[in-house]
Design a protein around this ligand. Structure first.
Ligand SMILES: NC(=O)c1ccc[n+]([C@@H]2O[C@H](COP(=O)([O-])OP(=O)(O)OC[C@H]3O[C@@H](n4cnc5c(N)ncnc54)[C@H](OP(=O)(O)O)[C@@H]3O)[C@@H](O)[C@H]2O)c1
Length: 363
């Protein structure tokens, strides 16, 4: 580790999420610093390094992985490259924070898990929301029984984006609403229920030109007669909201997924005594940077000073649910997550097939 006692991060690519949120958060982290950034283009890497105050830049991802002074790698590549570069980073001895979704399907995530077990390095999928105090509070309230038996979660996450060059609108890179934002609804419902869904069914509206899902609604049934209902969309006005419904109250999360790092956020708990809010309590949370908290928690785990809220087996389960929704898209039926066929057959890399994997490295 660095003489500073901080975890030294290297960043694979000049991704927007890295430049705008995660790198500034890691630079201001209590236990993290950013020492290197790589790009497919050396000049782009050098400019990003200069703009962001990062000491070293590289014109290829391989070079960054060879840097002995990089302890951990942040992987915000397009979704189809998550598995391969996470595996490569692990093989190079690095720890990895890989952006959500961890891979294109459960099988690829299992491939990462196998390499993680062999190398003994930490891998975390970047569901930063789990590090925001509002979600920690929600789970504590749910577990306290204050809103009774929690039977339903309803989630909305939408934005409007039609640029065909954006990775979200490129099917062969892992674009589409379910991968990009539907994954949050699944992840947070599993977090709140502390359980896995037994069956799911989805309704998909595909963009005829982009071949990505632009409007997807899903139902998931959890054990104990509990349900998730969500809608995600890439071509609807931006909106996000989560309701958690119990037998004696409900929790509304006003900005569940992207609360600003520098602004207060809040949740409302309503005991339902009247419909005009007579039983409503608002809980406010001071500004919190969930990316910074995620980085510091990761570093604490590397230093052996704290557990992470999630591990890669949890990511496998999340991907199994996503796979089941894609199977449901084809079958038009309820599908069970997991099972022998835990992969979907969208146009994607086959993580166990070195040849196909190399094809997808044509970056
Ligand atoms: N947790 C969150 O809050 C959050 C928010 C947004 C996005 N994300 C996730 O972060 C990842 C990146 O999203 P983003 O919006 O930041 O994407 P982006 O701006 O398009 O960045 C992706 C980067 O990947 C590199 N790249 C390598 N191969 C590529 C290819 N074939 N096509 C395009 N780019 C390629 C490029 O960097 P170089 O050219 O420099 O190599 C590019 O800048 C996605 O997995 C997304 O789901 C997470």
């Amino acid at each position: 580790m660095a003489a500073t006692g901080k975890l030294r991060w290297g960043v694979l690519s000049t991704a927007g999420i890295a430049r705008n949120h995660v790198i500034p958060a890691m630079k201001s982290g209590e236990l993290t610093e950013v020492v290197a950034i790589a790009s497919r283009d050396a000049a782009r890497a050098a400019k990003a390094a200069m703009d962001l105050g990062i000491p070293r830049s590289y014109g290829s991802y391989e070079e960054l992985l060879r840097d002995p002074e990089v302890d951990a790698v942040y992987n915000p590549l397009p979704n189809h490259l998550h598995a391969i570069w996470t595996i490569r980073a692990l093989e190079a001895g690095k720890r990895v924070l890989v952006e959500k979704p961890a891979a294109m399907n459960a099988q690829e995530t299992l491939d990462i898990l196998a390499v993680q077990k062999r190398t003994g390095r930490i891998v975390l999928e970047g569901f930063m929301v789990r590090f925001h105090p509002q979600w920690e509070a929600v789970r504590t309230i749910v577990r306290s029984g204050r809103i009774g038996q929690v039977r339903a979660v309803q989630a909305i996450f939408t934005y409007f984006l039609t640029d065909p060059q954006n990775i979200r609108n490129r099917a062969n890179l892992g674009g589409g609403g379910l991968y990009d934002i539907g994954c949050y609804a699944i992840n947070t419902a599993r977090y709140v229920f502390g359980a896995e869904p037994e069956r799911v069914i989805g309704l998909f509206d595909m963009d005829p030109d982009l071949a990505t899902d632009r409007l997807t609604s899903g139902l998931a049934e959890f054990p104990g007669h509990r349900q998730l209902a969500f809608t995600c969309a890439t071509q609807l006005s931006p909106c996000q909201h989560v309701e958690i419904l119990g037998t004696s109250g409900c929790i509304s999360i006003a900005l569940p997924f992207n609360p600003a790092a520098d602004a207060e956020t809040f949740i409302c708990i309503d005991d339902g005594r009247d419909l005009s809010g007579g039983g409503r309590e608002t809980i406010r949370f001071p500004a919190a940077d969930q990316y910074k908290k995620q980085g510091d928690a990761f570093a604490r785990a590397v230093f052996g000073n704290g557990p992470l809220v999630s591990d890669l087996s949890d990511s496998v389960k999340n991907m199994q649910v996503i796979d089941a929704f894609f199977r449901s898209q084809k079958s038009g039926q309820w599908e069970k997550p997991g099972g022998p066929d835990a992969t979907n057959d969208r146009p994607l890399i086959t993580a166990t097939d070195e040849g196909k994997r190399s094809d997808n490295l044509a970056i």
